[in-house]
Design a protein around this ligand. Sequence first.
Ligand SMILES: C[S@@+](CC[C@H](N)C(=O)[O-])C[C@H]1O[C@@H](n2cnc3c(N)ncnc32)[C@H](O)[C@@H]1O
Length: 146
Amino acid sequence: MTAPDREDPGPDADALAHRDRELRPRAFIRRRGRMTAGQARARTALANQVLGADAGLLDLAALFGRTAPVGLEIGFGMGQALLDWAASRPDWNLLGIEIYEPGTGSLLLGLERLGLGNVRAVEAAAETVLAGRSRLRASTRSDLLS
Ligand SMILES: C[S@@+](CC[C@H](N)C(=O)[O-])C[C@H]1O[C@@H](n2cnc3c(N)ncnc32)[C@H](O)[C@@H]1O
């Protein structure tokens, strides 16, 4: 009989390591691009509606100041679909995640123009935000990200 190899992590450890590798954010190029003056101004004016990469802590009720059904768009681009969604569902809290900074600027400009207050943007890689979802605090059963 041979002694168990203590260096062998075993299948469970392998599976965990594989999961960790899958959850690790992939390398990507942050697309800074060019922001228009209007987008930059809207970003400043609506800064309280933008969160950064450290937003793994989303308390959705506190973030939106109300409890409501929650929708999520990953990679909202310049934000047109999210703006349409927000306008058609003012009774929903909508969260958008995007890595393209001018995209956030464009979304905020649209929110300002349309007078919509039901959208929050997270400027980060979706993998990073969603990997921390266990830290989200659900305030109602309708919080999609609980
Ligand atoms: C094809 S565009 C979709 C735009 C928008 N959903 C629409 O329908 O008009 C994909 C977007 O996903 C964003 N994106 C790519 N990888 C991402 C990631 N890991 N996290 C967040 N956004 C990402 C890109 O910057 C890009 O704006």
